[in-house]
Design a protein around this ligand. Structure first.
Ligand SMILES: *Cc1c(COP(=O)(O)O)cnc(C)c1O
Length: 340
């Protein structure tokens, strides 16, 4: 038995999801003729109370399309120093859109309205890049699955409106935040110009993301997706998996969060762990004693068929997910308790 906790992207489609995929009605989506894709887009847009939505092969492409929609080469975007759009998208903001990222020194991937106020202060100058966009991430990935405080996001939205900045949410794991904080998609739809969500993380689909926004933004996104090489054909088979995930695999995220908290509770009790970051959702980040070392710890867990991932700066990450069973959970907790 391999216990793969590297990411919540390692899941395989459930039998119910497979069934839904097998029976999907499909057509050529480049010609807008895939009924399953069209239905998923309409469903997601309605769910968030946004005008329109577009299906993407990856969260990276959806985020990068959003950046391109909101900026021109030479412009500036603001994001946290931990942001996925800055750290883990291959430098796409510079490559695709020719924009600079101004990094904000937040906490666990989240900055405050006061911090944004400070970095956006002052009037435009000919020698400064034009500030155009604020990107935030909920939950934060490198921040350990932390959730934003909604009232802080409302304050940030106010600043973006005052300064005429677009506001994008990288919501790869937004559903984890919604379930944990008992918030609604509608609330988020009212705050942002564009939102990306992923079906391939905790929701358990094999592939798929959606970008939400106004009719005008999604019209631009359609062209950009094609330009990026992301126009897809009979992709309703995959949209069916995403639709199934929305109907059947959202509420269960609470189980992943519960397991993550139980893992954290064990890590708090063992002497070789120096720090466990606060666990809010399905990501656990912890540090082991320097005498053991993070790489060594990961290797020794691997020898027991337990796969974890290093996040740099001595951080070790565990991500719980749909395919992490109760039996695996018991084995992991024992392995963590007995490690020496
Ligand atoms: C996974 C992830 C993405 C998108 O990743 P893809 O692998 O391209 O789908 C974007 N943002 C965050 C925070 C993520 O965790």
């Amino acid at each position: 038995m391999i216990i793969d906790l590297i990411s919540d992207t390692v899941t395989r489609p459930t039998p119910g999801m497979m069934e839904a995929m097998m029976h999907a009605k499909v057509g050529d989506d480049v010609f807008n003729m895939d009924p399953t894709v069209n239905a998923l887009q309409e469903k997601a847009a309605a769910m968030f109370g946004m005008e329109d939505a577009l299906f993407f092969p990856s969260g990276t492409m959806a985020n990068q399309a959003a950046i391109k929609i909101h900026t021109q080469p030479g412009d500036l975007l603001f994001c946290d120093k931990y942001a996925h759009v800055y750290n883990y998208e291959s430098g796409g903001a510079a490559f695709h859109s020719g924009v600079t990222c101004k990094l904000i020194d937040g906490t666990r991937g989240m900055f405050t309205a006061a911090q944004l106020e400070e970095v956006t202060a002052g009037s435009p100058q000919i020698y400064l890049p034009y500030a155009k966009l604020v990107c935030i991430e909920n939950t934060t990935n490198k921040g350990g699955g932390a959730c934003w405080d909604f009232s802080e996001l409302e304050k940030i939205q106010k600043i973006t409106q005052e300064r005429e900045l677009a506001f994008h949410l990288d919501g790869a794991r937004l559903f984890n935040a919604l379930v944990e904080k008992k918030e609604t998609p509608q609330q988020y739809g009212q705050l942002f110009d564009t939102i990306s969500i992923c079906f391939s993380k905790g929701l358990g689909a094999p592939i798929g993301s959606i970008l939400l926004g106004s009719k005008k933004h999604i019209e631009k996104a359609l062209r950009i997706r094609k330009l990026f090489g992301g126009g897809m054909r009979q992709v309703g088979f995959l949209a069916a998996a995403c639709d199934y995930a929305l109907d059947h695999q959202v509420a269960r995220l609470a189980e992943d969060h519960q397991k993550a908290k139980e893992i954290g509770a064990v890590l708090e009790t063992v002497s070789y762990v120096t720090k466990v970051e606060t666990i809010e959702t399905n990501i656990v980040i912890f540090y082991v004693d320097a005498a053991i070392g993070d790489d060594n710890f990961i290797q020794r867990m691997k020898a027991q068929n337990i796969l974890l991932t290093p996040m740099g700066e001595g951080k070790i990450r565990i991500v719980t997910h749909l395919d992490y069973t109760n039996a695996m959970h018991a084995v992991l907790l024992d392995a963590l308790r007995n490690f020496q």
